[in-house]
Design a protein around this ligand. Structure first.
Ligand code: F6R
Length: 241
């Protein structure tokens, strides 16, 4: 595992964008995308490089990590909608090749199985961008998730619902369920890039990097992966030994 400590989140975005662009140059065709605050500097940097340096995503496909059950891509809080407005609409990637779990499916568990199969069939994902939750989740694999889990429906903890309430008009609107790639699914990607910023993330970063590999800290599964880059700002390293 490579740990890159950067002075600021903006520097972290540049490092993660270097990784993505370097992989594209070497022939990468599939990106894994996280939503939330952590990857925003990376996405802004990718948009900048597309506009100013002509980096092209035209040959790429992308798979989102997760989606809220009950939200469809036309709803602004859905992750499919969020990733379009924050990234996809500003690149030359074909929107039809940006895939997300079907949060509006009548049978979410079946939708999860289909999504996992699509990733297996079209993967492996070359570079998977990840954020980390305060409780150590990646994707929405909350603590106690099996380290070998596949894409499935999960119930959000109240802590995660509270953390994500900032994206909803009313905290009560945060869905209780999500479809998330499993830890096994995420681990199939060739290169995992975890981005963490801010002192709030320091305990989770420590548990993920220095703690035991355990379902109680889902991000600790990264310790088992052969190619991981953790990009952290100084604040997020505050609890490392
Ligand atoms: C979202 C996802 C989550 C977030 C995590 C951190 O697609 O996979 O694991 O990365 O909840 O969220 P932020 O970055 O908003 O702190």
């Amino acid at each position: 595992m490579e740990i890159v400590i950067v002075p600021s989140p903006e520097d972290g975005g540049r490092i993660a964008a270097d990784i993505v662009c370097g992989a594209i140059e070497k022939g990468a065709r599939t990106l894994g995308l996280a939503t939330g605050s952590s990857p925003l500097h990376t996405y802004r940097e990718l948009i900048k490089r597309h506009r100013e340096s002509g980096v092209s995503f035209a040959a790429m496909s992308a798979y989102l990590l997760d989606e809220y059950v009950g939200l469809t891509p036309d709803q602004p809080q859905s992750y499919a909608h969020t990733i379009r407005t924050e990234l996809v609409d500003h690149l030359d990637i074909d929107n039809a090749r940006v895939f997300s779990p079907d949060g509006g499916a009548a049978d979410p568990s079946e939708a999860a199985r289909r999504y996992d199969a699509a990733i297996v069939d079209n993967g492996p994902i070359d570079v998977q961008i990840l954020g980390i939750g305060l409780n150590g989740h990646i994707g929405f694999n909350e603590p106690s998730s099996s380290l070998t889990s596949r894409t499935r429906v999960k119930t959000l903890t109240e802590r995660t619902r509270a953390d994500n309430a900032r994206f909803f008009a009313d905290p009560a609107d945060v869905p209780h369920h999500v479809i998330t790639q499993g830890l096994g699914t995420i681990s199939d990607a060739k290169h995992l890039v975890l981005i963490a910023e801010g002192a709030r993330k320091a305990p989770a970063v420590r548990a993920a990097i220095e703690g035991p590999v355990s379902a109680f800290c889902p991000a600790s599964v990264l310790q088992l992966h052969p190619h991981v880059t953790v990009v952290v700002d100084e604040a997020a390293t505050g609890e490392l030994q």
